[in-house]
Ligand binder design. Structure first.
Ligand SMILES: Cc1cc2nc3c(=O)[nH]c(=O)nc-3n(C[C@H](O)[C@H](O)[C@H](O)COP(=O)(O)OP(=O)(O)OC[C@H]3O[C@@H](n4cnc5c(N)ncnc54)[C@H](O)[C@@H]3O)c2cc1C
Length: 429
């Protein structure tokens, strides 16, 4: 359902969340856990559906993962006073992630306080993560040994030799004790010329016999190299990875995706399932306007004629990918027309070229722009006062952090989503 389309749904709720990414999901689940009746309105997959597969909280200064995720988050909170970790506190982050419970979204990992997983990406980089999609967590490289990186015959999009070479070099530099070697594995079925990961995934959907053939090809190539672990490109992204490992009788994990991935699409579906199982009513549609009086938002318009009335609202509409922030004549928040800030400065009319640096490795202020919120996550107007008493913001629509530079995407989305859901439910974060 798109804005401008006829939509006759009329709903009443205690809390209405706009946006169905990870921030909106965390908000809806927190408000539900406080006993509230919750409606979540979501237009389309956003950045969450592009997920590479790890729950990023804080890019550690030590990529070999010898620093706990909590300590890495504390160092962000210390260095950046505008950051949500500084405003809401790192203890609140741990509580929010506990309440979100990444395992019900198909993730696995040691959590924030232990040594994180060290996982590999398709391009041969290493990254520490407190949780990752189960298939990725199974490829954890903390233990060392010989790791076989599997190139799949008929899948030219993944270069196993380049990946293995880069992993070995990174691992050596970081003092990790694994060695990576490329192997070639035949796929048990054909899937056309230059297939996508989704097409490969579908071609491996032929049941147990097909997985057995795949597993035995992996075992044969891996044992020729004396490998104790196998890393596959992300072409399964689900529980079949564990099944292949058990059939091959070898630990097998998948690499973290470096572009739009099956992990994101599977997570997107799983979020819907978890919301429904927890009694959140979800509406597929675009919030296209709002009604307010006396400093309170009273209702959202859905399409042309639909309406959701609620006591409190959470804005979790994402940034440029989700559609919560857009640039047309100026940089603006799209639903409530809230001003866009970079730190304490309103940047609505600043040329976006001035907010971005030509070198990708330099600071990109544009990515840290968004709505600014007070300590209770209420978005501010240009005069720095809350725009509405009962509107709370969460996730990448917020300013004050750069998920890409800090490796804090899901960490901030879950912390601010959970806190906004609690505030909207009338409680403490
Ligand atoms: C390619 C890529 C890979 C990434 N990989 C990782 C990773 O591995 N780990 C990690 O931690 N982070 C990762 N990130 C960052 C992470 O995806 C984001 O930080 C996070 O998903 C932001 O979540 P969100 O809920 O704020 O926004 P989004 O996921 O963008 O959700 C916003 C939602 O709001 C909806 N919406 C917008 N406007 C309206 C409206 N008017 N009415 C109704 N609905 C509306 C959108 O349709 C969308 O559903 C990645 C980002 C990208 C781009």
């Amino acid at each position: 359902v798109i804005a401008g389309e006829r939509h006759t749904t009329t709903l009443d709720a205690d809390v209405c969340v706009v946006g169905g990414g990870v921030a909106g999901a965390a908000a809806a689940l927190a408000a539900r856990a406080s006993g509230k009746d919750v409606v979540l309105v979501s237009r389309a997959p956003g950045a969450t559906a592009l997920w590479s597969g790890t729950l990023d909280v804080a890019c550690s200064p030590d990529p070999a993962g010898r620093m706990s995720t909590t300590d890495a988050a504390r160092s962000i909170a210390r260095d950046f006073p505008h950051h949500p970790y500084a405003k809401l506190g790192v203890d609140a982050l741990a509580e929010a992630i506990d309440a979100f419970d990444p395992t019900r979204f198909g993730m696995e990992g040691p959590g924030l306080d232990s040594r994180p997983l060290v996982v590999a990406t398709e391009l041969g980089a290493l990254k520490p993560a407190p949780f990752a999609a189960r298939a990725i967590a199974q490829g954890d490289l903390r233990d060392g040994g010989t790791v076989a990186v599997a190139g799949l015959a008929g899948y030219p999009r993944f270069d196993a030799r380049a990946c293995a070479g880069s992993l070995s070099a990174f691992g050596r530099n970081l003092g990790l004790s694994f060695t990576a070697r490329a192997i070639d594995v035949a796929l048990p079925s054909r899937s056309g010329r230059d297939p996508s990961s989704a097409e490969i995934s579908r071609s491996l959907d032929g049941g147990e016999a097909m997985l057995e053939r795949f597993a035995s090809a992996i075992r044969a190539s891996a044992s020729a190299e004396g490998a104790s672990r196998v890393l596959l490109p992300p072409v399964l992204a689900d529980d079949r990875a564990a099944r292949v490992a058990s059939l091959a009788d070898l630990p097998c994990g998948e690499l973290c995706a470096d572009s739009a991935s099956l992990f994101g699409l599977r997570l997107w579906e799983r979020i819907r399932d978890v919301l429904t199982a927890n009694g959140v009513r979800t509406v597929a549609g675009a919030a296209s306007g709002f009604a307010h009086d006396g400093g309170f938002v009273r209702a959202l318009r859905l399409g042309t004629e639909g309406r959701v009335s609620a006591n409190a609202f959470v804005l979790a509409t994402g940034k440029f990918i989700g559609g919560g922030v857009r640039r047309d004549d100026r940089l603006r928040e799209t639903l409530f027309d809230l001003p866009i800030f970079w730190h304490d400065t309103v940047v609505a009319y600043v040329d976006v070229l001035k907010l971005s640096a030509p070198q990708p490795w330099n600071e990109q202020r544009l990515f840290a722009c968004g709505v600014q919120a007070d300590a209770r996550l209420r978005p501010l107007r240009g005069d720095r006062r809350p725009a509405f008493e009962n509107l709370f913001a969460a996730g990448s629509v917020l300013s004050g952090y750069d998920a890409d530079a800090e490796g804090s995407g899901f960490g901030v989305a879950i912390l601010t989503g959970h806190s906004a859901g609690r505030f909207a439910a009338g409680g403490a974060p």
